[in-house]
Design a protein around this ligand. Structure first.
Ligand code: ADP
Ligand code: MG
Length: 737
């Protein structure tokens, strides 16, 4: 970045203004210039006053109707009341003062017929909405002469994301002060000149002028389009560079072997592979046979049958003399994978044991909580090579776990794992193992391209046939009749031999409401202030409450949450699976991957507290056999609220990809990339859904740039944009896979 852009605002604008802007997180000239207007006001096009909500901090464009100063006999002092209008509704502005003098100054500015921008928090007084002591700007009044006033009154007015202390026009003035003296040389352009010409784009300096000081609406549109493209290009170049770096690494090729374990497994599977499993299996087999490390993302909705696909990949590596590690996000899941894989393998997994097949391998489990003898045995098998498949939680990543020849790492439900963790295994051994990342959270193509652009993706589309679907319904929490009906419905399922999950947002009442057990910060929503909401249902309380309800007379209720030990969790799952406790009250520890085929019902309490994809995951825990499932989402979200809409969207479809797109639409901008992406390192203008075509273009362009200049040696501005803008957090999301 250039010196000019790195200059502090303190130096450029002085202490006072700098302090105000610091509240918005802006400390350098460059940061201020990248603080783009949120929208533009057009004089004559007023803000819809009816849409303002009490308590909101707003900037309103409106026309002054009247302004009257009065003295207040009762309280002493004076007040000014102005009425502004959008042509239909009105809003009151109120100013108080000891004497009328100050108010006369406002009165003089607030002349009827003038247009202004008014900033403040919407309050209510005697049923009328008002702004008290709003900050305001009257259009054209500060102009030097009549011509300038007319000009001022015609051009779009940038409206910035503002704070109470920094109203939008103060930001605008600061931006003008730093922007006006800048020269092209002060503002290095990350977009290479040839690309800029080819795409007919303005320079970075030009586009900053276009967005901050537009003369016509078409100006800021042009400026924004170019800045959006720049964001896409920077991001895609970062991804292209990663792909190139990765492709330069070499891995051990693990080609398929006829007559090996893969073939033997296929011969003993109790079902035929779906076309999707077949196709994806081929893609993976081809990747494993190459000496470039595989880096593949396998997406498949819950129940799509990813486990078998992963097992076949692992066996191909074992057939080629290597080992495979399977990383699971929780101990419950790791234990379940061991059971599931051993069951699928049968004698093929009993290597070295009586009754094991000739070429059989072994499956071992490594977790943090297992006993030291068991652990030592598992570690010995991993290090000695007797175990072909090593399954575990993050304990697998510890240095004490040694492998004889690690050829493949499978990461199940990737969103629980950080990069460092994945890389810990990748960097083990002399050559990086192949990596297969599996996720059941469907990622829209556009997001996959943006966020996971460095991975190859495979999609497991259809589900194995013969599986029933799950109907989802919304239940209003405040209606006791519906709640009773909900529990009665659960009882019906139990009586039919089914099992039911009851999911709660927290473990016990003492737990702070936002400590949702084991759930994903990425997935949680921005919530309204907790004080307005009834307390969240807690698993321990709900379990006790259900045990008392007459609907559950004679039914045993189980309890499961993240604070139980691994053995207790296993035992709770086993009692649930066997039907001893056919109702399991649980936190989201059961979210991912748990497979109890008899589960046919799920009740989610405080459903609005969960993200859409999280709920979709949860719901995937039921309807896993031929019996249809039912999912009841209990929530106090009001109809018409965003929370309600999300739940309604979930109830309306079972297609995970459609939901993911919908989720994206409903999320606030900037949320797409997950938690912690707000602030200055996130995508500012780019919207992954809307800008899909632009992103695709940028991806192509980025590929060419990297092909031509892999280290970006000849593109310093682009390289430093990647560094500056994707630094810190952002690098991490690139690595999230
Ligand atoms: P997920 O993709 O959610 O991990 P699983 O791999 O756990 O799904 O598979 C869900 C269930 O479907 C398992 O019980 C599995 O045995 C079964 N299954 C997998 N593939 C098929 C198939 N081709 N035909 C029938 N059932 C299958
Ligand atoms: Mg799974």
């Amino acid at each position: 970045m250039s010196e000019r852009l790195e200059e502090t605002l303190k130096r450029a604008l002085g202490d006072r203004t700098a302090a105000t802007l610091a509240k918005l997180g802006l400390t350098t000239v460059g940061e201020l210039l990248r603080h783009y207007p949120r929208r533009y006001g057009t004089p004559g096009e007023f803000t819809d006053i009816r849409s303002l909500r009490t308590g909101e901090h707003v900037t309103v464009m409106a026309q002054v109707r009247s302004a009257t100063v009065r003295t207040m006999h009762s309280r002493g002092g004076a007040m000014l009341e102005a009425i502004v209008s959008d042509g239909r509704d009105t809003l009151q502005l109120t100013f108080f003062a000891k004497r009328t003098g100050v108010l006369r100054m406002h009165e003089d500015k607030l002349r009827p017929g003038r247009t202004g921008l008014f900033t403040g928090t919407v309050g209510e007084y005697r049923g009328k909405r008002q702004l008290t002591h709003p900050d305001y700007l009257i259009v054209g009044v500060d102009a030097a002469d009549a011509d300038e006033a007319i000009y001022e009154a015609l051009r779009p007015i940038p409206i910035y994301p503002a704070a109470a202390s920094a109203p939008t026009w103060r930001i605008a003035r600061a931006v003008r002060t730093v922007l006006d003296p800048l020269q092209e040389a002060d503002v290095p352009d990350p977009i290479p000149a040839d690309l800029r010409e080819q795409r007919g784009l303005p320079t970075l300096l030009e586009s900053l002028r276009l967005v901050h000081e537009p003369e016509h609406a078409s100006d800021h549109e042009r400026g924004r389009a170019r800045l959006r493209y720049e964001e896409a290009l920077v991001l895609q170049t970062a991804l292209a560079r990663r792909r190139a770096e990765h492709a330069a690494l070499s891995a051990v090729a693990r080609p398929a072997r006829t007559g090996g374990l893969v073939d033997a497994l296929d011969a003993r599977l109790p079902f035929a592979l779906t076309q999707g499993q077949h196709d994806v299996g081929k893609e993976i087999a081809r990747d494993l046979a190459a000496d470039v490390p595989m880096l593949r993302l396998l997406q498949g909705d819950v129940g799509a049958g990813k486990t078998v696909v992963a097992l076949r990949a692992m066996l191909q590596v074992v057939d080629a003399g290597g080992q495979a590690a399977l990383l699971a996000p929780t101990e419950v899941l790791a234990a379940q994978h061991v059971r599931a894989l051993r069951a699928l393998l049968g004698p093929l997994g009993d290597g070295g044991m009586l009754g094991g097949a000739d070429n059989a391998t072994r499956v071992v489990l490594v977790t943090g909580s297992q006993g030291s003898r068991e652990r030592r045995a598992a570690l010995a098998e991993a290090a000695g090579g007797a175990a072909g498949i090593i399954i575990g939680t993050h304990a697998l990543l510890s240095e004490t776990v040694q492998f004889a020849d690690l050829g493949l790492v499978v990461v199940d439900e990737q969103h629980r794992f950080g990069v460092e963790q994945r890389d810990a295994l990748r960097s083990r051994g002399e050559r990086p193992p192949h990596t297969l990342v599996m996720t059941a959270t469907p990622i829209p193509r556009t997001v996959a391209m943006t966020v996971f652009g460095d991975l190859e993706t495979s999609v497991l589309g259809e589900r194995p046939s013969g599986r029933a679907s799950t109907a989802t319904h919304l239940v209003p929490a405040q209606n006791p009749v519906w709640i009773a009906r909900t529990w009665a419905r659960v009882r019906e399922e139990v009586d039919k031999g089914g099992r039911a999950y009851v999911v709660c947002a927290r473990i016990d009442p003492t737990e702070p409401p936002d400590a949702v057990d084991d759930s994903d910060a990425d997935d949680r929503l921005d919530l309204e202030p907790a004080k307005e909401r009834p307390p969240l249902a807690a698993a321990t309380e709900v379990a006790a409450m259900l045990a008392e309800r007459r609907e559950f007379a004679g039914v045993r209720i189980g309890l499961m949450h993240g604070r139980l030990s691994a053995e207790e969790k296993d035992a709770a799952m086993a009692r649930f699976a066997s039907g001893e406790t056919p109702v399991l009250v649980s936190t989201t520890v059961i979210e991912v991957g748990v497979d109890v085929p008899e589960a046919t019902a799920m009740v989610v309490l405080d459903a609005d507290r969960f993200g859409i994809s999280q709920l979709h995951q949860l719901r995937g825990r039921v309807g896993r056999s031929t019996a249809p499932g039912v999912c009841l989402l209990v929530s106090s979200a009001e109809e018409g609220s965003l929370a309600y809409e999300r739940l309604a969207a979930l109830a309306a479809t079972t297609d995970g990809f459609e939901l993911a797109e919908k989720d994206l639409e409903l999320r606030r901008e900037g949320d797409v990339l997950g938690a912690g992406q707000s602030g200055r390192s996130s995508l500012r203008l780019l919207k992954v859904v809307r800008d899909a075509a632009l992103i695709a273009t940028a991806r192509e362009d980025a590929r060419k740039v990297i092909d031509d200049d892999p280290t970006l040696e000849r593109h310093p501005a682009l390289a430093s944009a990647i560094h500056a803008w994707l630094g810190g957090d952002q690098e991490e999301f690139l690595e999230r896979a």
